[in-house]
Design a protein around this ligand. Sequence first.
Ligand SMILES: [Fe+2]
Length: 256
Amino acid sequence: MKERLETDVYFTPREAAKHLNLSLSAIKNYIYANKLKTLKTPGGHHRISKIELLAAMGEGEALPVKTEDYFADMEDCCMALMNVYKLLGELGNFFISHSVRVSEASYKLSKALGLSHKDILQAKMAGLVHDIGHMAIDRRILLKPGSLTVQEYELIKLHPARGEELLNSIKGLKEIADIVGQHHERIDGTGYSRGLKGKDIKKTAKIISIAEAYDSMVSDYFYKKPVSREMAISEIMEEKGMQFDSELVDIFIKII
Ligand SMILES: [Fe+2]
């Protein structure tokens, strides 16, 4: 027991909730129902051992290893999926480098926000495949030089839904599919594909949304010139609370 006390890690209920991606009330319910044993501090606060926590969730001590393997497989899968962009030639190379940058920025932002390990990794993976639905859009539209007609733009707007469909067909990528499907939603509810609003949009999708918008502005694209970092930040600031989540914008501009 002494040895276990020395090697185990102890969480507050809030930390335990974050670790397992559960709500704080779910953890409290486990404690009150005696499904989760705790130690009490001299001040009467609950502390939960990591070993106890994993055992109570039916995962045992092997969970961290299993989880890491699982996420590594999922990330490999997302990296492999990006290869299909190569079918688009030069534009495909743009999509690949854009996706890698969006993934890196999303990873940094979700870390700065203190999200759970699972959410951080999912934001990173969703960044890699967020635009994969473009592969289901007519190539003549994707490769068209110059501006698009209203109808062509409506077809481009199908890419989050097409990406979601594709990723949903791959075992284990369901949550990534949800994020991808929501990455063009807006806080004010005027985005696409579903017109979701505020809290109905996953935080990880809101992260991808800012990271994608920023990278699209500062990158050289075959039909447009890049804008400066300062200009891109000011454009994002202008959309605070409308296109983008205000809290996320405040942190993003500090880390980018
Ligand atoms: Fe997109």
